[in-house]
Design a protein around this ligand. Structure first.
Ligand code: ZN
Ligand code: ZN
Length: 348
């Protein structure tokens, strides 16, 4: 490892460079992980296309990537429960553990959260688009044999979806609309199905995600671009959906959700919306709606692992493309496209 490792470093808009860096040193309590599988997330794509992600504007080059799994290559002093050669999935969040949100278990809302591969804090936190990464052993989850690296690299987005579903309370027997069929929407579909929802409907403006959703167990899919969508939806659930997950980040979809949710129903906002949005807000009062946000995840990594290992959900159809590490830039360019792509992963 003395000649270092290749990392993919974001220098700016559409400027992602392979760069030789030193393999990180393992501090006490940490493990060194040989990264085996990386997933490209919508936020990575955002950083790549625009040079920034929402309000997070990089001040200097940093390594992207927060969805990954790998093999433990070295353990630091005092590490217990994780050994060399273990296959691990990794929680990419570093909450401070002392603020009031951390102390009440809602560490996704931490005042001082650091997140892998993110410019949300300064200094930025280097991510996992590299060959080796040092992580606290506490962030590592040893994988059961049944879970492969591809599935394991989907644990972070699956945790986002699981958290969103749990924000809704009990979903069993309830009618659910998922607005948006990208990775998180597809994962929400799998989780509500595993948790026993009835009448699961997914809407998207693109055909490929609708097709995939049907194959993955949606009862119906709707084309969100058509004027007849409302009529079709109400043909499925007469008085509206019990729960709607807004995953697309489209203001129109949130407005439509307020229209399509039943009285006293629940909307979970998971997608990233523009900062200002016009809404039929009076309906929130008239229909006594519960509108809740869902941000990243907390305390659900083990649940997500159980869902995969038990066979309750199958993530493999979501991995639509896999590239070798040397072709990282091709993977990123493909992930920037929209059609027929759910999750692009890179294998090392
Ligand atoms: Zn992600
Ligand atoms: Zn905190």
């Amino acid at each position: 490892m003395s000649d270092g490792m290749i990392s993919y470093v974001l220098y700016g808009k559409e400027d992602l460079r392979p760069e030789r860096r030193t393999v990180p040193e393992v501090k006490p309590g940490q493990v060194l992980i040989k990264v085996r599988r990386m997933g490209i997330c919508g936020s990575d794509v955002h950083y790549f296309i625009h040079g920034y992600c929402g309000v997070f504007i990089p001040k200097r080059p940093f390594i992207l990537g927060h969805e990954f799994a790998g093999e433990v290559a070295e353990t630091g002093a005092g590490v217990k429960g994780v050994s060399v050669c273990d296959r691990v999935a990794v929680d990419p969040s570093y909450p401070c553990s002392i603020c009031r949100f951390c102390r009440t278990g809602r560490y996704n809302l931490c005042d001082n959260m650091k997140y892998l591969g993110s410019a949300s804090t300064d200094p930025h936190v280097d991510g996992a688009f590299c060959e080796y990464i040092a992580m606290p052993a506490a962030n590592c989850y040893v994988l059961p044999d049944k879970i492969d690296y591809g599935e394991a690299a989907l644990l972070e987005p699956l945790s986002v979806a699981t958290h969103a579903v749990m924000r809704a309370g009990s979903v069993s027997g309830k009618s659910v609309l998922i607005a948006g069929g990208g990775t998180i929407g597809q994962l929400v579909l799998l989780v509500v199905r595993a948790f026993g929802s009835a009448h699961i409907v997914l809407s998207d403006i693109r055909e490929a995600p609708r097709k995939l959703a049907l194959n993955q167990g949606a009862d119906h899919v709707l084309d969100a671009t058509t004027d007849s969508m409302k009529g079709q939806a109400l043909g499925i659930v007469e008085d509206g959906f019990d729960i709607i997950f807004e995953v697309s980040g489209s203001p129109a979809a949130l407005g439509q959700a307020i229209d399509l949710v039943r009285r006293a129903g629940t909307i979970i906002q998971v997608g990233t919306l523009p900062s200002e949005v016009e809404l039929p807000a009076n309906m929130i009062m008239v229909k006594e709606l519960n509108i809740l946000g869902s941000f990243r995840f907390a305390n659900v990594f083990s649940t997500a692992i159980n869902l995969i290992a038990s066979g309750r959900i199958n993530l493999r159809p979501l991995i639509t493309h896999t590239f070798p590490f040397g072709n990282f830039l091709s993977a990123m360019n493909l992930a920037c496209g929209k059609e027929n792509i759910i999750k692009v992963q890179v294998e090392a």
